[in-house]
Design a binder for this molecule. Structure first.
Ligand code: PHE
Ligand code: ZN
Length: 872
């Protein structure tokens, strides 16, 4: 391979920065054709970087035009510095100096959506992880923290709103119709937290009084048409601010907190200091256009970004290998917040489902990496489920091992000790150790070892002595670059139940050895173990349950999560047997014992509908795929569909009763946990009814579609009809939905997704046509995720069609998108990276597309890294 191949960088090569930037003054002249940026950096050598004076090395993207460079007002000519690739080096600089730099940017041509770009006519920025180097030359690394002062100048009529981090300190008008605003952020921060916004925006305003009595101005900005969709985010923000005071003792630290909604955004949202920028999909919410899941997402993401103000901004990351320091911890914090605001068990079930399907699959794939990766080529590829979700599980285990009080003591110490610093995951663990007196040396392996550990549990019971033992052995399969794993330290929450459901014992075992046994005495009967309660560790647990034991746990376990999990285990076992034995045309079956148990659950009006809905959902196709040795997409799809039909028919009257019981007909829509739970059971019931294929239920779905006052019910009905064999109705409703919502981009994303995931014949042709449809916009990441992500991720039987055309279609898109938006291209590539999990014919076809990409010159570092690692 040529020398131009992107190079990996390694954690072990970390060196403290040679130069610090104490103050950063930025001046933006925002114009239609170009933006001029004047930067004034106060730089001094870092006393902690080891004596000898080093050259000044700054990062700067190749596309950025350098107009002028000076040191202490002395203009440098091209002989004084060297510009090579992404680096600018100045060999001779004094110990302390002011560097001035003028750059020219072309935001309207920025399709990568990193740095300064335009979204629907407004200017905005995205600097994490390495976008600031597209704005000016700077030591663009998170351990260089600086105090920012920013002035924005732009035409007032087009850009009446000019925002940046911190507080506005001055403003004025020019004679030529332009105006300017200066912002000062008193808190030192790394460049990745810098942001600006300029546009014609409306605002929803509110105020918040902090625990210590300071008043904070809250502002959420959006385009005029979306002004009616901001209230829920505002309520969520205030709840999050209160919660962080109560649960972590953390107060907000500026006079203003701003959120801006933008339609073009690579990720969900960004925690820029005092000026969060959000993907519209994570901030706009209205009953008519947003589903329950959408409301919950807004609540969770608003909280997540707010919580970053402490876990991420006040205490930040030393380098990008430490990404989970802020992300894992913040996901844990937002998950606990959502659990407190809604149903704790349901939130846990949802998070674990995601982990078990997508994160476990990542762990088993070519991009597997530890929570703290050891190397990367492109850091954007490491905003992963492993860093976020598994990282959160690791923090959750610390919480379980220490208990809530010591954990709080540890987080207090962490925030106090490291306030204003850029630190490592190790510093986090150390604070937890110091506050609790516990030794977490072995526990640290969760940060350094990749892969999903397996726990194998067996037990023994001695009737004569009443002694019961749990024998636990652990192992972890190899992952790229890590052949052998050391044993983990993990909390195993458990209960021991009598066969009638009485709880005999409960507690938390600390597992540390490769093999160990735990002894319980005084048991008069052989107990049924309820293991890994609440999913107390991110592992695969194997225990040879009998069907009768699982049914008992499904009925009686006092741990809601394990109740659900027992049902899932039972279903998975049944489904796997039939998947393994699958022959086209075979009739799936469901044993009476399961039908009876489900029937009993459905009749139990005491049960929380949200919980019931979770328990009565069959494991997803993605979950079954993750568990398979070789993934048979057709067998998985057909068996699941067939079993649904059997269950639907056997319990038809009960589904109808549940539907009617949960119908909130004359009550105004509210996204509270209880109503959400009722709607989820209602729509699950409607789904089963539709699975019978009987005419009256199609009518019921159509009626729900027409009469519902909210997007949850409307979209559920639409999806069920579109994904049913009733083609005519499907086309009619799709057309109707389009006409009703064509002016709402977020609803149109749903419209695209529903069609992209439609399992009916001809799916690839349909998505190809949709990619030509006027609502589709190949520059917009949300549209790409809805259509391409929807087809390749949510429509396995068609994406994996044996012709290989789905693979080729995706590869065509990746190669096209790689030139305009590498981050999005690289993410959409994920399904192809799993090629080793499929049968020989499919995996050869997938590999062929990967090879085709590999052979394409000038791939971005993003796509290059994923493709090259996948082919190993
Ligand atoms: N830091 C953001 C978050 O998790 C995610 C993000 C990463 C957004 C990179 C944009 C770019 O809150
Ligand atoms: Zn985050």
């Amino acid at each position: 391979m040529t020398a131009q191949q992107p190079q990996a960088i390694y954690l072990e090569d970390y060196q403290a920065p040679a130069w610090l930037v104490t103050h950063t003054e930025l001046d933006f002249e925002l114009e239609e054709e170009q933006t001029l940026v004047r930067a004034r950096l106060s730089i001094k050598s870092n006393p902690e970087s080891g004596g000898k004076r080093q050259p000044l090395v700054l990062n700067g993207h190749e596309d950025m035009e350098l107009l002028r460079l000076s040191i202490d007002s002395q203009v440098l000519d091209s002989g004084d510095y060297r510009r090579e690739g992404e680096l600018l080096t100045i060999a001779n600089v004094p110990d302390q100096f002011v560097l001035e730099c003028v750059t020219r940017l072309l935001p309207h041509e920025n399709t990568a959506l990193e740095g300064l770009y335009k979204s629907d006519g407004m200017f905005c920025t995205q600097c994490e992880a390495e976008g600031f180097r597209r704005i000016t030359f700077f030591p663009d690394r998170p351990d260089v923290m600086s105090i920012f002062k920013t002035t924005l100048t732009a035409e007032k009529s087009r850009y009446p709103i000019l925002l940046s981090n911190g507080n506005p300190v001055a403003s004025g008008e020019e004679s030529d119709g332009r105006h300017w605003v200066t912002w000062e952020d008193p808190w030192p921060k790394p460049a990745y937290l810098f942001a600006l916004v300029a546009g014609d925006l409306e605002v929803l305003e509110d105020r918040y009084l902090t625990a210590s009595g300071r008043e904070v101005r809250l502002q959420i900005f959006a385009e005029r048409k979306d002004l009616d969709k901001l209230e829920y985010a505002m309520e969520s923000l205030k709840k999050a601010m209160r919660w962080d005071e109560e649960v972590y003792g953390r107060e907000y630290d500026l006079d203003i907190y701003m959120i801006v909604a933008v339609d073009f955004f690579n990720m969900g949202a960004m925690e820029n200091k005092g000026l969060n920028i959000f993907n519209t999909s994570c901030v706009l919410a209205h009953p008519k256009t947003t589903t329950d899941a959408g409301f919950q997402r807004v609540e969770g993401v608003v909280a997540h970004e707010y919580f970053h103000n402490w876990s991420g901004n006040r205490v930040t990351c030393r380098d990008w290998f430490q990404l989970s320091l802020k992300e894992g911890f913040t996901v844990f914090r937002d998950a606990e917040f959502s659990a407190d605001m809604n149903s704790r068990t349901v939130k846990r079930i949802e998070d674990v489902s995601l982990l078990r399907t997508a994160q476990f699959a990542e762990d088993a794939g070519p991009m597997a990496h530890p929570v703290r990766p050891e190397s990367y080529i492109e850091i954007s590829n490491f905003y992963t489920l492993t860093v976020y979700e598994k990282g959160a599980e690791v923090v959750r285990m610390v919480h379980a091992l220490l208990g809530p009080e010591l954990f709080r003591k540890g987080s207090d110490l962490y925030f106090e000790r490291h306030d204003g610093e850029a630190v490592t995951t190790d510093d986090f663990v150390k604070a937890m150790e110091d506050a609790s007196g516990r030794d977490l040396t072995q526990f640290r392996r969760w940060y350094s070892q990749a892969g999903t550990p397996r726990l194998n549990v067996t037990d023994s019971y001695d009737e004569a002595s009443g002694e019961y033992q749990l024998h636990i052995s652990q192992s972890c399969p190899p992952s790229p670059g890590q052949e052998h794993k050391q044993p983990y330290h993990l909390p195993l929450a458990f209960g021991l139940l009598g066969m009638d459901g009485t709880e005999l014992r409960s507690g938390v075992l600390e597992v540390t050895a490769e093999e160990e046994s735990f002894r319980f005495t005084g048991l008069n009967e052989r107990p049924v173990p309820s293991l890994l309660r609440g999913f107390s560790a991110p592992v695969k647990l194997e225990y040879d349950y009998s069907d009768a034991q699982l049914l008992m746990l499904l009925r009686h376990d006092t741990d809601g999560f394990n109740r659900w999990d027992a049902g899932q285990r039972l279903c998975i076992r049944l489904m796997q047997e039939q998947i393994d034995a699958y022959r086209p045309g075979a009739e799936p079956s469901v044993p009476d014992a399961l039908l009876n148990a489900w029937s009993e659950l459905l009749l139990d009006e005491q049960l929380d509908p949200a919980m019931l809905a979770q328990c009565l959902k069959l494991p997803s196709e993605a979950q079954l795929a993750e568990l398979a040795d070789t993934i048979d997409v057709v067998a998985i799809h057909e068996v699941r569909k067939g079993m649904r039909k059997v269950i639907a028919e056997a319990l038809e009257q009960q589904w109808l009763a549940a539907y009617q019981r949960c119908d909130l007909k004359d009550v105004a829509y509210s996204p509270d946990a209880e109503s959400i739970g009722r709607r989820s059971l209602k729509n699950l019931a409607l789904g089963y009814l539709m699975s019978t294929g009987r005419e009256p239920w199609l009518e019921l779905a159509r009626q729900q579609y027409e009469q519902s006052d909210n997007m949850t019910d409307q979209l559920s009905a639409l999806t069920l009809v579109v994904h049913s064999p009733h083609r005519e109705s499907a086309d009619e409703l799709l057309q109707n939905f389009y006409l009703q919502w064509q002016h709402e981009p977020l609803v149109m994303n749903q419209w695209l997704s529903v069609q992209a995931s439609d399992p009916a014949e001809g799916a690839l042709e349909r998505v190809k046509q949709l990619s030509e449809h006027p609502v589709f916009d190949a520059w917009n990441p949300n549209k790409l995720r809805a259509l391409i992500g929807g087809f390749c991720g949510q429509n396995p039987i068609h994406f994996h069609n044996e012709s290989g055309e789905g693979y080729a279609w995706l590869a065509d898109w990746i190669l096209h998108l790689d030139r305009q938006n590498p981050q999005v291209a690289s993410r959409l590539l994920t399904p192809l990276t799993r090629w080793k999990r499929y049968d020989a014919a499919r995996s050869a076809l997938m590999q062929k597309q990967l090879q085709r990409m590999m052979d394409t010159p000038e791939l971005s570092a993003d796509v290059y890294e994923v493709v090259s690692k996948s082919l190993v």
